[in-house]
Design a protein around this ligand. Structure first.
Ligand code: PLP
Length: 395
């Protein structure tokens, strides 16, 4: 089955009792046990609910794994997956990991005696150098946020296999439509389903899939033990969003490609980050390990004042935290996703005060382009600002 068909028919999508074309919302916390001697599939809804289970099966099929799990948020999925590790363990983590993951690892997990090292995972040498005797896992996010650096998943997995390490990949930006890390050797895939999979800015949810059944059993114990499950209404919303994933991403990616190419020629923009641009460092690798470049790009307008002026002038995109929705979203990493990071550290990662992230939605690309054009034209060329900035820091 091709991916588009799998989205609709990969798992049983017809209710066996009524024939309903959409999985019913089983708004039930517990289930009658007619015969105490006969085991039941569902006993209590934290342990399992048919609506949530339908989503969990769907994501497992799409990622090509054995077991899927739905959590209350992307962070609930991520923190639950990290519970696979124990006190004394060490994990190598991609340095430009999602801000919430960074916060969880440095503020919460560190108190549990699980150590992490942040490294530039685009360099295999740096990954290898960070591995210690007590290292148990490698955690990747590719392309990364917001400068879209690409990590070679298969190469890191090969290294990890030699050392017996688990590889976990946050696949939120790509979704299983464009990238399937389990097929490249990873052990666990994680999603913030709040983004492309839900796709409509109306639900917060997380997913995880294990490649092997045994690891799935461990993660099930954690999901049931920690209890950060996705509710049934939200499970249904994610299932609903998932059906149109390919159709949405096809359009949004096309738009992102058009905008990236156009932005890289606009004088008010000093730099564009998009893996679909041939000049992007990760372009070839992305082409090898993924089937698309996705709907997220970033661009630099030179300064905070200019970024703010652009936000004030655009009419179509919403200015918000988040991405991967039907509406185009502009974010300002320096004050949103990466606000907690010290300015020097931000700058080192290319997250300048002029950097804007754009997640393309389903609006007409020409309308979006014209809207961005009227906003950018008012800023004037970017070089002037770069000179000013230099003069300022020199003074
Ligand atoms: C949003 C996001 C998360 C966190 O997910 P929530 O659903 O907000 O908890 C994790 N990773 C990435 C890449 C994200 O974009």
């Amino acid at each position: 089955m091709k991916f588009a068909t799998k989205l609709l028919h990969g798992t049983s999508c017809i209710d066996p009792v009524t024939g309903a074309a959409s999985v019913p919302i089983y708004q039930a916390s517990t289930f009658h046990q007619a015969d105490l001697d006969r085991p039941v599939v569902y006993d209590y809804a934290r342990s399992g609910n048919p609506t949530r289970h339908a989503l969990e099966e769907a994501i497992a099929v799409l990622e090509g794994g054995e077991r899927g799990f739905a959590f209350a948020s992307g962070m609930a999925a991520i923190s639950s997956v990290f519970m696979l590790f124990s006190a004394g363990d060490h994990v190598v983590v991609a340095e430009d990991v999602y801000g919430g993951t960074y916060r969880f690892l440095t503020n919460v997990l560190s108190r549990m005696g699980i150590a992490v090292s942040f490294v530039d995972t685009t360099s295999l040498e740096q990954v290898e150098a960070a591995i210690r005797p007590e290292t148990k896992g490698i955690y990747l996010e590719t392309p990364s946020n917001p400068t879209l650096k690409v990590t070679d998943i298969a190469a890191v997995c090969a290294l990890a296999k030699q050392r017996g390490l688990l590889v976990i990949v946050d696949n939120t930006f790509m979704t299983p439509y464009y990238q399937r890390p389990l097929e490249l050797g990873a052990d666990v895939v994680i999603h913030s389903a709040t983004k492309f999979i839900g796709g409509h800015s109306d639900v917060v949810a997380g997913l995880a899939v294990t490649k092997e059944a045994a690891l799935g059993e461990q993660l099930y114990m954690i999901q049931n033990g920690m209890g950060a499950i996705l509710g049934v209404q939200d499970s249904w919303l994610v299932l609903r969003g998932l059906k149109s994933l390919k159709a949405r991403l096809d359009v949004s990616t096309q738009t992102a490609e058009k905008l990236a190419r156009w932005l890289s020629t606009h004088p008010a923009v000093s730099r564009v980050y998009y893996t679909g641009l041939p000049e992007h460092d990760g372009h070839d690798l992305q082409n090898r390990q993924a089937s698309g470049h996705g709907a997220v790009l970033s661009f630099d307008v030179g300064s905070r004042e200019r970024a703010k002026a652009l936000f004030d002038r655009v009419k179509l995109p919403i200015v918000a935290v988040s991405l991967g929705a039907v509406e185009t979203i502009l974010s300002y990493p320096a004050m949103m996703s990466h606000a907690a990071m010290p300015p020097a550290e931000r700058k080192r990662r290319g997250i300048t005060d002029g950097l804007i992230r754009l997640s393309a939605g389903l609006e007409d690309a020409v309308d979006l382009l014209q809207d961005l054009e009227q906003a950018l034209d008012a800023l004037g060329p970017a070089e002037q600002v770069a000179d000013d900035k230099q003069a300022f820091s020199w003074a």
